[in-house]
Design a protein. Structure first.
Length: 201
């Protein structure tokens, strides 16, 4: 078995494992997933996993596949156990994701479709990025650390460094690093880490 396959399988297993503490925390009420983020990711997770496999990825397809399954579970739980209400950012992200999906559906250019897919998925990150900064206690640090390890290992599972093969793994790694960095930032004022009454993200 090639080393890319080993890295890919390990990345997929660790990525899937990362959803265990996240789901447990959500059920306990210590983790509050943002509905917008996880609903967008649920749609894009299935599309990305399927398109990534169709593009020829095999060794590095384990992470998208594991994420698609885990994300669907968290998205379902977020409707009941996630943060309440919808902010302007949530609604703008849903609108942007909808426009992006429409353009993705209309386009026949593979490279453009790939960038649109990543762009829509990245829109889903925005509410959680803000929440990770403002209310880091509402996210599960262990889960995000496991996601980071999985995404880093997945880079070594790329057997062919082409745009189609490398764009998604690199993009996910960059954004996962950003979330982890925000979750571990020291508190710089009295508002960060305590949340704000009457407002959710």
């Amino acid at each position: 078995m090639a080393y890319e396959s080993l890295f890919g399988i390990a990345a997929g297993a660790i990525g899937f494992l990362g959803f265990v503490p996240y789901i447990i925390g959500t059920l306990r009420g210590t983790t509050k997933p943002n509905k917008t983020t996880w609903l967008i990711w649920a749609v894009m997770g299935v599309i990305i996993a399927a398109s990534y496999f169709s593009a020829g990825a095999r060794d590095s397809v384990w992470v998208p596949a594991a994420y698609a399954i885990g994300i669907l579970a968290v998205a379902a739980l977020s409707l009941r156990f996630g943060e309440k209400g919808w902010t302007k950012l949530d609604l703008l992200c849903l609108l942007g994701a909808g426009v992006g999906l429409l353009l993705w559906w209309l386009t026949s250019e593979p490279t453009f479709a790939l960038y649109l897919t990543i762009a829509v998925d990245a829109i889903g990150f925005l509410p959680t990025l803000r929440k990770a900064y403002e209310r880091p206690e509402s996210e599960d640090r262990l889960a995000w650390c496991l996601f980071l390890v999985a995404d880093a290992l997945n880079i070594f599972a790329i057997s062919e460094w082409t745009l189609a093969m490398a764009s998604y793994p690199v993009y996910v790694l960059v954004f996962t690093i950003a979330v982890n960095a925000l979750l571990h930032l020291p508190k710089r004022d009295g508002t960060r880490g305590k949340g704000r009454k009457g407002r959710v993200a």
